[in-house]
Design a binder for this molecule. Sequence first.
Ligand code: ATP
Length: 230
Amino acid sequence: MTVPILEVVDLHAAYGRIEVLRGVDLTVPRGAVVALLGPNGAGKSTLLKVISGQMEKTSGDIHLAGVHVSGAKPDDLARLGLTTVPEGRSVFPNLSVEENLLLISYAGVSADQVYETAYSYFPKLKQRRFQFAGTLSGGEQQMLAMGRAMLSRPKLLLLDEPSMGLAPLMVQKVFETVLAVSGEGVTILLIEQNAKLALEVSHRGYVMESGEITLAGDAKALLHDPKIRA
Ligand code: ATP
């Protein structure tokens, strides 16, 4: 059996004395899209922060491609192939699309190569290349954030609520984008509140409530689960 790209084992984390993750177990197989669903305040973003090295756990273990990474710094994790697109997308509003992309350029990679890579995933960005990122639509900003993330050639992409605040048509586009990125061989952990659409593009799903995983299984089976429907 191949080693999962991400394995979270009995993970606990707290803000001060308030425990927010209470023994989370979660596995992301290589090449899969895994949806992490749950209501506001369930602890989804907190889990992502701990996995990506932005917050310390209280106890438990995290393995990235079989390597024990609990306590690793975000830059070490990036070198292992982990890339995060945080909630809110975090593009620089007063810089153009191209300037936003250039900020993620790497030694030995020309600006043209950077643009070409990003536009190959998101052709729409090319039409907007000189526009300030802050004046893009929410969906276009999401594309820019994901295009930027793809420049680092991630092995595992953590997406925190990419559809948040978007109009229905844009939400559809964002999920198509998730499928396209997955088609490039990138493994994705997708945090979402939009359960139906997230499960439709995923292989597996987890439901988190009050810091615990309360439901897990095949995404297509979860789509019909009465709890998800409710
Ligand atoms: P949402 O879908 O609304 O983003 P979530 O499932 O991502 O929710 P978290 O953001 O992980 O939930 O929050 C889990 C709990 O931790 C919530 O009760 C929240 O109020 C609390 N919390 C989050 N960040 C902090 C913080 N910096 N300090 C104290 N409590 C926090």
